[in-house]
Design a protein around this ligand. Structure first.
Ligand code: SF4
Length: 348
């Protein structure tokens, strides 16, 4: 994992990999833990690791890079305290992170790619396509720097920002292991939720790892015809294949998949759609999260009226499907994922 300077990205190394590296360098065993903890505190340079001898700091600086994010913009919702950050990556690209406050603690929604190639019709993040994958250490830095900037501990993570996490599988998996490390952020898998637009092979690959995270599938329509209008990925994996993969995921991991459903006016919000969803999900124990679409000016799709969302939820509930209408956090700031980054791209 060398960066542009040819140095190895030290923040992408798992504790045992760092220990093996340091052993090969002839360093005493405790040094790896010491450095790992410094990295978790967000230091940007080896010189800040004040309990390391100067000679060692210089030696490490010659071998390793500490890639770090720099804050470009921060918006705080006056309504509910949700915070949205725009970060510059070391190569000048940018990504967004959102900190949401709940009664049970703070959750950070991170991006996993710069842009996205999935082309969902309602999404601002995909307008310029995918630029590149984020590295594991960049994702980790989203969590660390957001916690530091907000001055609070991060209790949970959702991979639901810019990008399709399963399209960046290896880096995301490494990130999950890093953020889960007891000497690091130490965030338990049960406090992590990963959202996918439905890449079936990758869902199976993830299931085989038996992680105890929550898999959240962006369904957005119960049938191929409607889903194909909203999500090009449906051409590769139709809803039958996707539902089957979700079943396999449950049987392999014991963790039920939850479904995200963005309500788009006159597209997927009719009683007919609710009934199709009921036929698919009744009796499976799966949970549906309804979200009112965030309006994105470039995309031309409108959010369903509130009473339509409520009626849809009531119909699902009466049909035996558990459903939650998601609260819209940060509705007074650029809340939909990709909008802050788009705003920056439009700037002269
Ligand atoms: S909704 Fe998610 S998967 Fe779809 S284009 Fe946007 S970022 Fe990509």
């Amino acid at each position: 994992m060398p960066d542009g300077s040819g140095k190895k990205d030290i923040k992408a190394l798992l504790p045992d990999e760092l220990a093996a590296d340091f052993q090969a360098l002839g360093l005493p065993g405790y040094r790896a833990g010491q450095v790992f903890r410094w990295l978790d505190r967000g230091v940007r340079a080896f010189d800040e690791m004040s309990d390391l001898p100067k000679g060692l700091r210089e030696r490490l600086d010659g071998l390793y890079a500490i890639p770090s994010l720099t804050m470009l913009r921060r918006q705080v919702s006056a309504k509910d305290g949700t915070e949205k950050y725009l970060w510059a990556l070391p190569d000048g690209e940018s990504v967004e992170t959102v900190l949401m406050r709940y009664k049970h603690g703070s959750t950070v929604c991170i991006s996993s790619q710069v842009g996205c190639r999935m082309g969902c019709a309602f999404c601002a993040s995909t307008i310029g396509g995918k630029v590149r994958d984020l590295t594991a250490s960049e994702m980790l830095d989203e969590v660390l720097r957001t916690g530091l900037a907000a001055g609070e501990r991060v209790d949970g993570i959702v991979l639901m920002g810019i990008g399709e996490p399963l399209d960046n599988f290896d880096n995301v998996l490494r990130f999950l292991r890093l953020v889960n490390a007891p000497d690091g952020a130490n965030i338990g898998m049960r406090h992590i939720s990963l959202s996918t637009c439905g890449l079936v092979e990758a869902i199976d690959k993830l299931a085989a790892l038996h992680l105890q995270l929550t898999l959240s599938v962006s369904l957005h329509a119960p049938d191929d015809e409607t889903r194909a209008r909203l999500m090009p990925v449906n051409a590769a994996y139709g809803v039958d294949a996707l539902y089957a993969a979700c079943e396999r995921y449950f049987h392999t991991t014991g963790r039920r998949v939850s479904f995200e459903y963005a309500m788009v006016r006159d597209v997927n919000d009719t009683p007919r759609h609710a009934d199709m969803l009921i036929r698919r999900l009744r009796g499976t124990g799966s949970h549906v999260n309804l979200i009112r679409l965030n309006y994105v000016s470039e995309r031309g799709l409108l959010p369903s009226p509130e009473q339509t969302v409520r009626a849809f939820a009531d119909r699902l509930s009466a049909g035996g499907v558990t459903v939650t209408v998601r609260r819209r956090l940060g509705s007074d700031i650029d809340a939909a994922c990709g909008q802050l980054r788009r705003g920056r791209m439009r700037e002269p």
